[in-house]
Design a protein around this ligand. Sequence first.
Ligand code: CA2
Length: 168
Amino acid sequence: MLRLLVLHGPNLNLLGTREESIYGTTTLAEVDATLAQFAEEHQIGMTIRQSNLEGELVTWIQEAKGRFDGVVINPAGYTHTSVAIRDAIAAVALPTVEVHLTNIHQREEFRHKSFIAGVALAQISGFGPNGYLLAVRGLADHLKSSQLRGVRSRRSSRDQSKRRGGSK
Ligand code: CA2
């Protein structure tokens, strides 16, 4: 079973309760319920967490190594400032998808730069809450096909070794 970690960054706990003209009316609890339902339907193990603290997000990313196969993260305001979150993602080397509700490239100049994009597998920006679902789907497909490639390449090395008379 694939295991995915979904992380929401600072202020996303306010989703659906303020600034609806920018971030919409869907609450974070509704986003999480949709993701949890998708995970159940597709037999994906999923843990979802939100924090307003940079260090807490860094710790959760570090702890993800060995416990999860991939990470979906909306780093929110930390997208544009956090070398620490970028370094944590690079350190654990888990396939990570960066999600933004809004199209950050159409907004203020300071939101155009993402410290995360360079270490992410992909960035999804501008699809609202649906972006999380697209990210989970894309990441799960990516992980399944890379696992399958791993199985096939191990099988082919074993077969080659057998043909050469090796024991493996
Ligand atoms: O578009 C996104 O998802 C962002 O990551 C959201 C961040 C923003 O700093 C990024 O530039 C783009 C802000 C999250 C704050 O969310 C709120 C939701 C409702 C009310 C107030 C803030």
